[in-house]
Every structure is written in C-alpha cells, then in structure tokens.
Design a protein around this ligand. Structure first.
Ligand SMILES: [Zn+2]
Length: 227
C-alpha cells in the first residue's frame, strides 16, 4: 500500500485540506493511507478518521487515516503516530517522545535536516534520543533547505533508523506527492517491521506555490461567504 505519512488537515491553522479533497486526491493518486499530522491538535485526524469510516460503512472508498500530531517542542517539531490523545506542546523533545510512547504511539521525526528551521533536533540530539525514535522522515515534500532530504538519508544510513516519507501538504494538490510503498499493517509494531522493506518515492514542490494556492483557496472561500 502507498502511505503519505505527513499531511495537514484544515484543523491546522495553516492548512486548507478538507476531507472531500483529501479523499478525491488520494483516490486519483492511488494513495491508500495518510497520516494526519496537524500542528499541536488531533481533532482533525480523529474527525477525518471517523468520516472515512462512515464512508466505508456506506460501501464507498476512503483512504485509511492514521492519527498523528506534529508537536512543537522546545527543541523543534516531533510527530506522534497512532496517537490516542493530544500531546501537549512546548515540552522538551525527550518528554514529548516519552508521552508519545506512553500512549502506544510511534515517534516520527519530520524534516530533521531542514537547516533553515530555527528550532530543530541537531544530529547529536537525534543520536542521543535514538532509543525513543521509531522513524525518521528522509523525504519531505517541501524542505526549505535544498539538501535536507539528502542529509537525512545519509544520517539514517549511518545510524540505522527506519525511514519514511511525507508530502507535508497544506493544500490538496500536494497530497500524495511523497509516499512510502509498504506491506499492509494492522498495528504500529507491524508497520515498523514492514517499513524495513518500504520503498520511498517523492517529488519536491515549491513551498511558495503551496502558500499561494492556500491563500487562493482561502480567498475563494471568503468570496463565497460574502452575500
Ligand atoms: Zn508538517
């Protein structure tokens, strides 16, 4: 199955991805599952998962929704996957990872070598926290630093982490532009063992293009609202 591990729903303040456009785009692009990784909230992931389940009960197709959160920590962003509840922001990276693990979730480090991000886990910290890290994102769709994905791959090769990919889409046209082909899984542990044989594909896109499309969509929605 094809999984995009990093998508933002409109519950993230900077995303305009609504449920219908997510389903449509996944269907068109053959994406079987997405992880909703909203900034510091999990409501969107739960709401989308529920809607997807309702569609399946009606006999319609919908992608599998993995519940995640991209949590702002004192040391940069860290994602939790397979979450049952929200992880609070502004804790230390270690505390955040422990809280993710405590609820049975997986620790997923997004865009670790995006050197233009002011706050991020440095390679030394990643190595120190390796006992708590499950997956490192080695392909992100819109790194600000052009060599970020290359550096992430090199790091993972040296330190033997499991790796994955995510589009980091904040608007519909970017969903599924990065994904991992992986054997089907029914639990976090099964995902980890299947990721050993995962195949990563990704196409970079311009963050400015994404921002422009997002603003355009917001403007259109505003126009519709005005009588
Ligand atoms: Zn993100």
């Amino acid at each position: 199955m094809k999984v995009d591990f990093h998508v933002h729903s409109l519950y993230s303040p900077d995303s305009v991805v609504d449920f219908d456009s997510l389903v449509r785009t996944c269907k068109e692009r053959g994406i079987d599952a997405v992880a909703i990784m909203d900034h510091d909230v999990v409501e969107g992931a739960f709401a989308f998962a529920e809607k997807a389940q309702e569609m399946r009960l009606e006999g319609k197709w919908a992608p599998r929704i993995l519940i995640g959160e991209e949590v702002r920590t004192k040391g940069g962003e860290i994602c939790g996957l397979f979450l049952k509840e929200k992880v609070p922001r502004h804790l230390s990276p270690r505390e955040t990872m422990e809280l993710i693990r405590l609820q049975g979730g997986l620790v997923y480090v997004p865009h670790p070598f995006d050197l233009l991000k002011l706050k991020r886990l440095k390679s030394r910290e990643l190595a120190e926290l390796s006992d708590l890290i499950d997956i490192i994102e080695v392909f992100n769709g819109k790194p600000r630093f052009p060599l970020a994905n290359l550096l992430a791959r090199r790091f993972v090769r040296h330190h033997h982490f499991l790796c994955a990919a995510g589009s980091d889409s904040h608007e519909p046209t970017k969903i599924g532009t990065s994904f991992v082909e992986v054997e089907d899984f029914n639990s976090p542990q099964e995902l980890l063992s299947n990721l050993e044989g995962g195949r990563i594909s990704g196409k970079l896109y311009c963050p400015l293009d994404s921002a422009f499309r997002r603003l355009w969509k917001v403007a259109l929605a505003e126009k519709k609202k005005t009588p």
